[in-house]
Design a protein around this ligand. Sequence first.
Ligand SMILES: Nc1ncnc2c1ncn2[C@@H]1O[C@H](COP(=O)(O)OP(=O)(O)O)[C@@H](O)[C@H]1O
Ligand SMILES: [Mg+2]
Length: 287
Amino acid sequence: MSEIKTQNAKDFTDAPLCLSGRGVTKAFGIGEKRKLAVDHVDFDFHEGEFVSIVGESGSGKTTLSKMLLGLLNVTEGQILFRGKPRDISSGRKKREYWKGIQAIFQDPFSSYNVFHKIDSVLLDCINMRGGKHLPKEKKIEMMTEACSFVNLKFAELTNKYPFELSGGQMQRLMIARIFLLRPNILLADEPTSMIDACSRATILDMLLKLRDETGMTVIFITHDIGLAYYISDSVYIMEHGKFVEAGAPDKVMLTPEAPYTKRLISDVPKIHEPWDLSTVDLLQQEA
Ligand SMILES: Nc1ncnc2c1ncn2[C@@H]1O[C@H](COP(=O)(O)OP(=O)(O)O)[C@@H](O)[C@H]1O
Ligand SMILES: [Mg+2]
C-alpha cells in the first residue's frame, strides 16, 4: 500500500449549518475535584463538511463526541442541530435525533453484539430506516450494495459472526452500516487507531467517499494532526477541553498561532509535501 494524499479542502463557510455549539461545557466531579473536560467550546459544522477535531489523549475529544451524540448531558452551553436548539429531552426525541447523527468508534467490535450474525447487523439498519416490510430480495440487494461500497462481499459475510472478521474488515462493516443508515452526520472517534496500518488509509478513503457520495457531514476525531491536514475541510485544535485554534487546514497548519498547534506540528515530520500515508503509519507504529 502506498497512498499519496494532497490537501484539497473546500470552504464550507456559506453552506447550511448542520451542527453548532455555543459555550458547550462538560464538568466532571464536584467541589475541589470538579474539572472541565470540555470548556466552553464554540463550533459550526456545515452540511457536507469534513471536519477534524485534533488533540492529544485527555484533551476532551471523546467527552465532546458523547455530548454531540446526546449520550452525555451538556453541563453548560447549547448544541444546535441545523440551526435550531437541539431537543433530546425524551427517549422519542433522542431516537429521532439519532436518525440524523451516527457514530463509528475506536474499537469496531465494541458496538456489536458478538452473538449476532453480520447479516442481522445490516438488516437492523434497513429496518431502522423503515425498510422492515421490503421484500427479502430488495433487502439482500441493499446489503450487497452497502458491502460493495466498502469492498466487502456480502455473500462471504452472511452467516459469519463479528469475531470472524479482522479489525479492518469490521471497521469497514461499520461504514457499510452508516451507508445504509444515511445519517446527516457521521461522528468518527479515532476510527483508525486500533486497526492495522494497511487498513488505515482504506478506512480514510472510505470516509471521504461516503462524504462525497452522500453529502454527509463527517466529524473525524484524531490525535494525528498530519492526517487531519490531508483529509479535512476544517480543523479544530483541542487542548485541555478548549479549542485553541480552528480554521482551514492550510491556515492552521502553515500559519499556526497557538503554541499547542505549533508543538503538534513540530512532531510531524514533513507537512508541506504531499503525504505518503504508508510512511505515517510506519512512523506511528515505531513511536
Ligand atoms: N466519566 C468521567 N468521569 C470523570 N472524568 C472523566 C470522565 N470521562 C472523561 N473524563 C476526563 O475528562 C478528560 C477528557 O477525557 P476524554 O474526553 O476521554 O479525552 P480524549 O478523548 O481527548 O482522550 C480526561 O481528563 C478524563 O480523565
Ligand atoms: Mg478519546
